[in-house]
Write a new protein. Structure first.
Length: 209
């Protein structure tokens, strides 16, 4: 079974408290999503393989470590996942970016695909699927389904807030996918929103509600 890790770093937890506050402005919310994503990226990439190289410094030869193995890709689930991309690209500028567009049917709460555009060599990359919320898990499972159908074998899920129902759904459908979160909240309500959560991440990032 893959790992599920809640990242309890004090900086992340502090920023998360502000992120949850309904009074937090769109500007600050957007900045916090990006900052938390960057901090989470350190932990989610902790086990990337490296190799030793020699580097000529101004005074001597230094033995250093650089990334080895598969190249990386970041795949946000539209639209809210876009808020997590820039901070990760700042840290991994060579990563390619794909996009998977899904929306949740308001009646069935099931994901509906409306867009999917991925790098041509996506099957050869370590893929980080990003979405601020892991609620029912339907969108996450569908996005991972799409990636595996295109040959991806190394996939990591990154969410800012999750819940037991979403984690269970991903684990049952894709037991090989690691999940990294800043918080795992109590439950879903009758409208399939995470409690206590932070509301609709997409609306709060883009100011559409």
């Amino acid at each position: 079974m893959a790992i599920v890790k809640v990242i309890n770093h004090p900086l992340i937890q502090h920023k998360l408290a502000i992120l949850r506050n309904k009074k937090t402005s769109v500007k600050e919310f957007r900045e916090l999503i990006s900052e938390i994503s960057g901090l989470m990226c350190y932990e989610a990439t902790r086990n990337l393989p490296t190799r030793e190289v020699e580097v000529q410094t101004p005074v001597a030869i230094a033995k250093c470590r650089v990334l080895a193995g598969k190249k990386l890709a970041i795949v946000p689930i539209l639209r809210a996942g876009l808020g997590m991309v820039d901070a990760m690209v700042d840290l991994i500028p060579s990563a390619k970016i794909g996009h998977i567009g899904l929306y949740r049917d308001p009646e069935t709460h099931k994901p509906v695909e409306y867009y999917c555009k991925l790098p041509e060599d996506i099957e050869n990359r370590q893929v980080f699927v990003v979405d601020p919320m892991l609620a029912t898990g339907g969108s996450a499972v569908a996005a991972i389904d799409f990636l595996k159908a295109r040959g991806c074998k190394h996939i990591t899920m990154m969410n800012i807030i999750g819940c037991p129902e979403g984690v269970k759904a991903v684990q049952e459908a894709h037991p090989d996918v690691d999940i990294y979160m800043a918080a795992c909240d109590e439950k879903l309500n009758e409208h399939a929103y995470i409690i206590p959560g932070l509301g609709d991440a997409g609306d709060r990032i883009f100011g559409t509600k």
